[in-house]
Design a protein. Structure first.
Lengths: 935, 292
């Protein structure tokens, strides 16, 4: 291809350096920067000018480089993220914007950050003192799915001030944990932040290997049918095409799956197609274009069948059976007391049905896998995955190799949110690499990403609730239908969580819950931040407000009265012994909400003076969410810590860093326990060749489970060093300690490299490994603890409804979260902001549309995640710390709880503002306006 | 990204551009910012061209200036520049407001006013403002140049009346005189396709308490962007009383052809919004005209 006569040469200046580059026809500036100049800091999130990740400056103006023809850059000056920091005598000097993003915790997964910083850089060029509105106007289309918009905003303002005044970047004021130690509990920028603001952080698609081929997957594009014929002969003959594989070519396993292996790696002739994303053939070629052309040359014969598109329909006796065992994946039951006896005692009984749609994770980094065959017959797979060891098991099974012959080498991940737990392209890339003997990259297009990976379950939830006149709950009965789509994924677990949490964080004497997780021909549904509880919380929290209204009670009071507290018994019969901070969350949010309401009832509608068609009110909601796998599943994590000769303590585990900040948490814990400075601690994650199994990164479990493993491993190392050093340096063990970057033994100070050398000379490896087992849990239906800890939250949202148009804006959100202990308050702030942002998406902006099994919302232009303009004026975070017995320093999970109460808080606020009950997410402004005008 | 073109040309003058589109390997198409066109090619809504003729280096298409009694806005002026231009803000507030609402700055710096018009969508923000402002378009072709009312450039949704070898040079807008002003307003849906549910642009000339003249456009109110003349007639020459506004709303609902767009808005919702947007844009323009 390099000999093509169509190539032409252009000249452009990039980051102050002139380049003469030969470019191919059809090339974009983003491609030129990434592939020809190796400037991979510019990210590609959508290739449709929607997400802004690829923003660079051309002649001082920000543009999206993903649709900017490279020819157009001829003679121009281009500035990329790599051009902002300066090198001063070998020292990296960050631009104030970069520094501010680091200090203010504006960096999470980091994939959008180059685009955010470049957009902000262009803003400050024109406007050195931007207001909040200016920033929001400028960053409107630069999306951040981690949702750290408030921190991005404050970082830009801090940088602007530093630039104007020539002073250092002001730091944010973030209070430490009430149980802060020397370093844990104190805010600290994450260790990967500098790499992420300079563009040096490597994500999978940034990697290249010699001789690498490019893969594409032929998708069924039909929701239900039988594959009758597949002719790949022509595609196999095409020049530049190195392999075309079908189900006939599978060397070993034919299916994959995290729990149930029901998902075909490739659908074979005569087999059933169960959703549009099913893979029929895979291709590896010299270039992505060639691979695409080869797909087009494959002839496919599908006998189409009518799709099953909703779970109720799929349970009808005459419905076709999508899987051998039928269409019911699982009937999940929760029983406590005698629900009918409970309703008989009730003064008020209400019943209502709620609906939630499918939601898409929309992580900004599309799935990418690169498989690289090794000379010894093993296979390396470079990928950003939430469960590296599950990838290893499934890839090995597919290749017919022992697990040790597969190494998953985790890369920085541009977000996951549960959507990178299942296999995406790992197996396909590895099969093609095995067949060709060459490295193979499989990068999903945005459309493919949105079509293929498992989503959040769409649900239908009926709630029947009974209470006494004073608001005390006596009975709750729920019936849930969850659309688990074509394959099991984590559907059973997700819907179990939805069911066990469906009576809310309340003590209810009589509970009966039935859930049906059902296969359909929609895209599979699996893990998504909140793990089923997002859906059931919307239903029960709406119902609680309806109950308060029916009883004439205050919405906060009714929750306080029924809230779980120490000694309460949950719906599954678990006695909560400690770590129940729900009441404190409720009280703190209530106090702040009432303070902001200036003594008026926050739940009464208020018209905006001068604009009476704009009506405001507050809404309130609470939630709880388990930390850890629970339900009897063994929940363990292994961490290895080792002092390295370069004087660094390395913490190794395969727990995943997907943006949530685990690497900072583990760094702080290891530093705290050893006494070393955090800058002496390096955290290595997600590499099955070098890091022991940390278990899946799901269920908000890593801070608690892997955090404990890190704590105990570090303690073990310290003890081993103390034992050895006390003898070697002849001092009592208690006189041996790490201080900053050295070991102190009696009156001697030993540099770490010397210590490592001395121990090794003595035949000792300064290394320990610890496997932490979380407290045992019991399966649903058995007495005892189903979970070892729960996080709790309360949120209040103030909305404004435009009664002329039905439009809804969220003005302020107060979010209190009982996280046990805030290990890194800076990271926690980002998680809270991001959780609120995602909750706003759940309530207002996101709706994944599947029509007759076909995905309508297959681009970011059709599936809108919250932008900075959707953020409230204020997200007020409140940290509540009721320690969990088993957690490190009492810490429990935070990743999910922060996002769960937002949607019902918003819909409850809408009800208080205009009296319309939203029982179907997302809020539809048209439905709202019609309700307002027809009553 | 798949290869969307083979040859990319960057002419510097209108004659060069016209020659290029004619002589280059076919199929050939003009391109400006490409923010719509390239995505249309990628998704197959537009046939894949061999040659793209980029007109953004043509100086004449980049002009933004007063020419005689008209404001000229070159077709290749990025909408970011239109939105920020003091001239546009003075003479055509509705256009500045519309252009400021299009996408984000990284797209506004590429997307052009000409592209907005050539794309011929019935609710394109810039186009709706131009129509209400009674803009004329200058079109160049091998057969010469012509100046036509903007409304004549549209055949149907996404179908432009411009021939394959015709190039939009720019737009002529009347200069605002005392008592004249305009305004733009739109409603979006937070979910789904980023197209307005409904937008509205109003230009008017105010004499005392009377609407001496008025131009109104709303999108989508039919297959093509157009003036709503019956609605205008209900207001023209009358004092802006609540009764008059009500009469104009009635005329609007009779005249406009609102329809249901799947997953975006029902006809019923659009009819509810139409009166709201008309009134809000009208009152804003009225207030501005009082101080102009």
């Amino acid at each position: 291809m390099t000999s093509s006569p169509e190539f032409r040469e252009i000249t452009l200046t990039v980051n102050g350096r002139e380049h003469r580059v030969r470019i191919a026809p059809g090339e974009t500036l983003a491609y030129l920067l990434r592939e020809r100049l190796g400037l991979t800091g510019t990210k590609i999130g959508c290739e449709e000018a929607e997400c802004g990740a690829c923003t660079v400056e051309v002649d001082g103006e920000p543009v999206v480089s993903c649709i900017f023809p490279a020819e157009k850059a001829h003679g121009r000056h281009v500035l990329t993220i790599e051009g902002l920091a300066r090198d001063e005598n070998g020292h990296l000097v960050l631009h104030p914007l970069q520094q501010a993003f680091v200090e203010h915790g504006a960096v999470q997964c980091g994939f959008c950050i180059p685009g955010q910083i470049m957009t902000a850089h262009a803003l400050l060029r024109h406007n050195p003192e931007p207001s909040r509105e200016d920033i929001r106007h400028a960053l409107k289309d630069t999306l951040c799915r981690c949702g750290g918009y408030p921190s991005i905003e404050s970082a830009i303002q801090a940088a602007a001030r530093a630039l104007r005044e020539g002073t250092p970047v002001p730091r944010p004021e973030i209070p430490p944990s009430i149980r802060a130690g020397r370093v844990v509990g104190r805010p600290r920028p994450r260790p990967d932040a500098v790499d992420k603001v300079t563009g040096r952080a490597i994500f999978t698609d940034d990697l290249k290997f010699p001789g690498m081929l490019y893969a594409r997957v032929l998708r069924a594009e039909v929701p239900h049918g039988i594959l009758r014929g597949l002719d790949v002969s022509q595609a196999r003959q095409m020049p530049g095409v190195h392999a075309v594989l079908t189900a006939e070519d599978l060397p070993a396993a034919r299916t994959h799956g995290l729990i149930v292996s029901d998902w075909p790696i490739l659908v074979g002739v005569g087999e059933r197609i169960r959703y549009v994303g099913d893979a029929l053939a895979i291709v590896a070629a010299d270039t992505p274009d060639r691979a695409e052309e080869a797909l087009a040359a494959i002839r496919v014969d599908i006998e189409e069948l009518p799709p099953l598109t909703d779970p109720v329909q799929a349970l009808q006796p005459d419905a076709p059976r999508l899987h051998e065992g039928g269409n019911l994946l699982k009937h999940i039951k929760v029983r406590k007391g005698d629900v009918e006896a409970g309703f008989a005692q009730a003064d008020v009984v209400l019943e209502h049905t709620f609906h939630t749609p499918i939601y898409e994770h929309a992580f900004l980094e599309p799935e990418c896998s690169i498989a690289v065959p090794q000379p010894d017959g093993s296979m390396y797979v470079y990928v950003g995955s939430q469960i590296p060891y599950a990838d290893r098991r499934q890839v090995a099974a597919a290749l017919g190799l022992p697990e040790e012959k597969v190494r998953i080498v985790g890369q920085h991940m541009g977000g996951g949110f549960g959507g990178k737990e299942d296999i995406a392209g790992q197996i396909h890339a590895a099969l093609l690499a095995q067949a060709t003997g060459r490295p193979v990259k499989l990068l999903f297009s945005r459309r493919e990403s949105m079509m293929v990976h498992p989503k959040r379950h769409a649900t239908q939830i009926r709630v029947r609730i009974g209470a006494k006149k004073d608001g005390r709950l006596v009975a709750v009965q729920t019936e849930l239908y969850g659309d688990t789509g074509a394959y099991a994924s984590l559907g059973e677990k997700v819907m179990t969580r939805a069911t066990t949490h469906s009576a809310g964080p309340y003590e209810v004497p009589h509970v009966k819950a039935d859930c049906y997780a059902v296969y359909t021909n929609n895209p599979p549904a699996g893990a998504f931040r909140g793990f089923g509880v997002t859906q059931s919380a919307f239903a029960i929290e709406s119902m609680m407000d309806m109950l308060a209204h029916a009883l004439g009670m205050d919405p906060v009071e009714i929750r306080r009265k029924n809230a779980l507290r120490e000694g309460s018994v949950t719906s599954t019969g678990q006695v909560l012994r400690e770590g129940v901070g729900l009441l404190e969350c409720i009280e703190k949010v209530e106090a702040e909400m009432r303070r902001l309401s200036d003594g008026q009832d926050p739940f009464r509608p208020r018209r905006v003076p001068g604009k009476p068609h704009l009506v405001r009110a507050w809404g309130f909601a609470v939630a709880f969410k388990n930390t850890g796998l629970g339900g009897g599943a063994p929940d363990q994590s292994t961490v290895e810590v080792e002092l390295l000769p370069e004087g660094v303590l390395e913490v190794r585990t395969s727990a995943a860093e997907l943006g949530q900040g685990l690497v900072a948490v583990l760094q702080l814990i290891a530093a705290e326990e050893t006494g070393l400075g955090p800058d002496r601690v390096r955290v290595l994650v997600m590499d099955t060749g070098r890091t022991p199994d940390g278990g899946p990164t799901t269920a908000s479990r890593q801070t608690a489970v892997t955090g404990n493993a890190a704590r105990l491993a570090a303690q073990g190392l310290l003890k081993a060093v103390q034992a050895w050093a006390s003898e070697y340096y002849d001092c009592p063990p208690e006189a041996v300690a790490f201080r900053g970057d050295a070991l102190v033994a009696g009156d001697r100070t030993v540099a770490l490299p010397h210590l490592v050398q001395a121990m090794r000379d003595a035949g000792l490896e300064p290394r320990t490994r610890f496997t932490y087992h979380a407290p045992e849990t019991r399966p649903l239906g058995q007495p005892g603890d189903m979970h070892f800890a729960f996080s709790f939250a309360a949120q209040a949202a103030e909305v404004e409804v435009n009664t002329r148009t039905g439009e809804v804006r969220v003005l302020r959100v107060i979010s209190a979260n009982d996280v046990g202990m805030a290990v890194n308050p800076l990271g926690l702030k980002g998680q809270i902001e991001g959780g609120v942002a995602m909750g706003i998406g759940t309530a207002l902006t996101e709706r994944f549309i599947v029509e007759n099994g076909r995905v309508v919302t297959d681009r970011l232009a059709r599936y809108r995640i919250p932008s900075i303009v959707h953020m409230p004026e204020e997200v007020h975070p409140i940290v509540v710390e009721h320690p969990a017995r088993g957690g490190p320093y009492g810490a429990k999970g935070v990743g999910e709880i922060v996002s769960i109460p937002t949607a019902p808080a918003i819909t409850n606020a809408i009800y208080h503002a205009v009296g319309v009950r939203v029982d179907r997410l997302p809020v539809d402004q048209e439905v709202l306006l019609l309700a307002l005008t027809t009553r | 990204m798949r290869r969307l073109w083979n040859l990319y040309l960057r002419p510097r003058t209108v004659p060069e551009a016209l020659r290029a589109i004619h002589e280059a390997p076919q199929p050939a198409a003009f391109i400006a910012g490409g923010t719509d066109l390239l995505l249309d090619i990628e998704t197959g809504r537009h046939p894949r061209p061999h040659t793209l003729v980029d007109v953004t280096d043509v100086d004449e298409l980049q002009a933004l200036e007063v020419r005689g009694d008209r404001l000229f806005v070159g077709a290749a002026v990025p909408v970011a520049r239109v939105a920020a231009s003091p001239l546009v803000r003075t003479h055509a507030q509705a256009l500045a407001e519309a252009c400021a609402l299009i996408a984000g700055p990284q797209v506004r710096n590429l997307a052009t006013l000409g592209g907005n018009v050539a794309h011929a969508l019935p609710a394109a923000d810039g186009t709706i403002a131009l129509v209400a402002l009674d803009a004329q378009a200058e079109v160049a072709s091998p057969r010469g140049r012509r100046r036509v009312p903007l409304e004549t450039l549209f055949l149907g949704p996404g179908r432009s009346a411009l021939g394959h070898d015709e190039l939009l040079v720019g737009f002529y807008l009347p200069l605002a005189r005392p008592g004249q002003a305009s305004a733009f307003r739109r409603v979006m849906r937070p979910q789904g396709v980023a197209l307005p549910i409904l937008n509205a642009a109003v230009w008017l000339r105010r004499e005392g308490d009377r609407v001496a003249d008025v131009g109104i456009a709303m999108g989508p109110s039919g297959p093509v962007p157009r003036r709503l003349r019956a609605t205008e007639a209900a207001l023209r020459g009358h004092a802006l009383t609540p009764e008059r506004v009500a009469a104009a709303k009635e005329a609007l609902l009779r005249e406009a052809r609102f329809r249901t767009s799947k997953f975006r808005a029902s006809e019923t919702y659009r009819r509810l919004l139409a009166g709201v947007l008309l009134e809000e844009a009208l009152q804003t323009a009225w207030a501005r005209a009082g101080t102009a």
